[in-house]
Each structure stands twice: as C-alpha cells, then as structure tokens.
Design a protein around this ligand. Structure first.
Ligand SMILES: [Zn+2]
Length: 437
C-alpha cells in the first residue's frame, strides 16, 4: 500500500493510554530468574555471533545476488580513515558501506549505521536484514529505490564487535586504540578525551561486574563533533591541549575530537552522501511501559539528541532547523505507528530520555541538517544474548521499511508530529541487579 494517508491516523489506544504517565520511578531490580537480566549461573547463547569475516562474506554474497542494486564499498578502516589519519595498530578492519543508489541530490537519501558500540550486535543483524530485503526483487523495493538512495553501514565499530577475551568472543562498547597524544602533536602528558577507556574494561556477562580485557579504546559515539571538519592536527595545538587538560571543557557538553579512524570514516560518508535522514541503531536497558502497562519495552526512539551548540574553537553556532526536526519527528512517529499491532509488546515503545550529546554521531549530524532517528533496542549482547533477537530485529526492519516507503511516495510528510510528541516518555526502568554502572 503505497498511498497511505497519515493525516487521518489517530493515536492508537495503546499509546494514548499511557499519556501523561511520566513517573521516573525505577522498578525494583529484577528478583526472579526469568527477568530480563542474565544471572550469575545463566549461560547466554551467542551462537549466532557474526565475526568480521562472516560479516564481509555475507555482504559480498548479498551484493552478488542483488542484480546490481547494491554496491558494497570499504569506506575506511578501523586504523585508517579516508583523510589519511592513522592509528597505531597495524591491522585495521574494513568498515563497509552497502550502497543502494548514489548521492544524487534529486533523490531522497537515508543513511543507516549500526554497532557503533561493538556490543550492540542485534543492530548489525537488523541492518543485514534490511540489506537483504533491499537486495531482493519485487515491486515494493523497486518503487522505493526509484526515489530513495539508501546507504547502510552495518558495523562501524568492527574491533569492539570482534573483541576477544581469554580466547573467546567478548564484544565491547569501545574501539581499540591507545591515547598517544604525541602522535598528533600534543604534549605526551595531555589528558585523554573524557570518553577514553584506558584499562580496556567492559561489563561482565554476569553479576560479577566488570571484566578487564586490557585493550584501551574510545566510546566512538562521543568522538563526533558538530564541526565535521574538526581535526586536532589542523587546530592550534596549544588551544587543544588546554581544552583537554581542563575538566570544565573536556566533557560531554562539547563535541568530540575525531581521534578515532572510525568516526572520521563515518563522517566522510555522511559528508559525501548528505542524507536527509540519518538513523543510528543502538541497544539499551530494560523498561516496562508504565505502572498500568507492564509490557516490556522492545525499543525506544528519539528525534532529537542535541541542543543548539556553539563551537568553542571557532565560535560558530549550530542548531537543528525547524523543518529538519519536523521530518525527524515524522520519521520517528511513523516508526512507532508501524509497530502498533493490537496490544502486543511490539507496540510498547517509548521515547529515549532527553539528552544533549553533541559528540554523538546523531547529535553532530542533526546539527548538520540531517533528520535523525535514534533506535534503541532493549538489552545488550551480554545481558540478553540472542534471546528475542528475531522479534527485536523486526522492531528495526519494519519501521525502516515503512520510512523508506514514506520517503519514496512523500507520505512521510503527512505524518502528524503530535504522534511523536505523545510517545510515552522513558520510565519504569528495571534496574540491573549487578553493580555495573
Ligand atoms: Zn549504543
């Protein structure tokens, strides 16, 4: 059905019921063995784990079977970005982009990234599912790709995704990279960006807390900057040094430093493509909808993650334009509507908590004219394993296919933004029984 009319859509009862419930109360930590969190003695199944080699093979096969619809490219490497920036590790992992259509400005353009945090595996699997759908034949896909170019980067943190601990796969949030300020012209004792994980530690699979796998790295999703051209090597180095050595500036209120080749690579793709819509797929914790509605929330969405921003180095001002925010709300609203199926838990969506994070990919790109959607699937690889993976992937693929169609026939612009405003706020978090924080 290509000509859906959203102007007549009323808010589904399952969403409306919970309006006004903004209780921020945290539910009690899970106290039964069937709760969402993995207990000490539970083994989680990570059997469908996809190594970087597996992923490459899968993508190559999909390209071959796509009848020319998909072009697979290596956008950069985890140790080397297209602008020549190199990190210390010798062996870099390729960062793939699957391209359906080109960057023709006359087409609608949407960029999707997943697994910016290496331990967020289902995002990459959902991205592969979307690639698979777009590679197949059929009228639906044909009509979409006539109007819309879609670029998908299923795993933008390949090193964290394929991390090993004691010889076994142990995916981590962080990239692999050591803070070596002298390599970028800064004094050796310059403090690292605040999102550096110096000991290489990660939450554990059970109640024992953390593991130290010992490879330092960064939270790539704080390394972006609203000034997409910010490069330490092009800055006044003494200014950068003072900025880093001062905790009142070296924090999440400011953009990141583009010290990872991964963030630079993704940004180069963004600049080349200039998408109308940018979607980043993540994982998060567990919530129920409200005190009255105990359905487990499969997914949270957000159309905004960054306040107006003034670049501390250039003084330049960035803000999300009104029409950009409107389309973002329409994309998120359509996604939420797509998941409403009776009273099933598919529809138990919430809005991600209000944040201001200019150093995230979503924040930096929203401040550069992309309408964004944050998708946060419940659970981490370590806490949920492959439990419910099939259902959770659908909470990504179904909204995305609907957004593609809405962009193709223009019906996305008829979606009422009030639907987004009325998505229940994040609440009723089920706190983690472990001490990991
Ligand atoms: Zn994440």
């Amino acid at each position: 059905m290509m000509k859906m009319k959203f102007s007549k859509i009323v808010l589904p009862a399952t969403l409306a019921l919970t309006l006004g419930v903004t209780a921020a109360a945290s539910a009690a930590p899970q106290s039964n063995p069937n709760g969402p969190y993995i207990e000490d003695n539970q083994n989680i199944s990570l059997s469908s784990y996809m190594s970087n080699a597996d992923l490459a093979k899968k993508l190559q096969n999909l390209e071959a079977s796509s009848n020319g619809k998909m072009k697979l490219e290596i956008a950069g490497y985890s140790n080397q970005s297209p602008d020549g920036y190199k990190t210390e590790s010798e062996k870099g992992e390729p960062i793939y982009v699957a391209k359906f259509g080109d960057n023709d400005p006359n087409k609608k353009r949407i960029l999707i990234t997943a697994q910016i945090h290496g331990n967020e595996q289902i995002g990459a699997e959902a991205a592969i599912d979307v690639i698979q759908k777009l590679s197949s034949n059929g009228k639906e896909v044909e009509e979409i790709l006539e109007e819309v170019s879609i670029w998908i980067m299923p795993r933008i943190n390949p090193e964290g995704a394929d991390n090993l601990y004691e010889g076994k796969w142990y995916p981590t949030r962080y990239t692999h990279q050591t803070w070596l300020p002298e390599n970028i012209g800064l004094p050796a004792d310059t403090l690292a960006p605040w999102y550096y994980n110096s000991d290489g530690s990660e939450r554990a699979q059970n109640n024992d807390g953390r593991v130290v796998y010992g490879i330092p790295g960064y939270d790539q999703n704080r390394d972006y900057n609203p000034n997409l051209d910010f490069r330490v090597e092009n800055q006044d180095l003494s200014e950068v040094t003072s900025f880093l050595n001062d905790r009142t500036t070296n924090n999440s209120n400011f953009g990141g430093f583009y010290v990872t080749a991964e963030a630079r690579t993704v940004t180069s793709v963004f600049k080349d493509f200039q998408p109308d819509v940018y979607v980043d797929v993540h994982h998060r914790g567990f919530n129920t909808v409200s005190d009255e509605d105990n359905r487990s929330v499969p997914v949270q969405f957000a159309a905004a993650v960054a306040d107006p921003y003034t670049d501390p180095f250039t003084g330049e001002q960035y803000e999300v334009d009104e029409d950009v925010l409107t389309l973002a709300k329409q994309v998120n609203a359509l996604s939420a509507l797509t998941l409403q199926k009776g009273n099933s838990h598919f529809g138990a969506v919430q809005k991600y908590p209000d944040v201001n994070l200019p150093g995230t990919a979503l924040g930096a790109f929203a401040l550069n004219d992309a309408s964004i959607m944050l998708i946060e699937i419940k659970g981490q690889s370590q806490t949920l394993g492959q439990k419910q993976a099939g259902m959770l992937k659908e909470t990504v693929t179904q909204p995305l296919m609907a957004v593609f169609k809405g962009l193709a026939d223009g019906s996305i612009h008829d979606v009422d933004t009030a639907v987004y405003d009325e998505i229940p706020e994040s609440s009723n978090r089920i706190s983690d029984p472990t001490t990991r924080d």
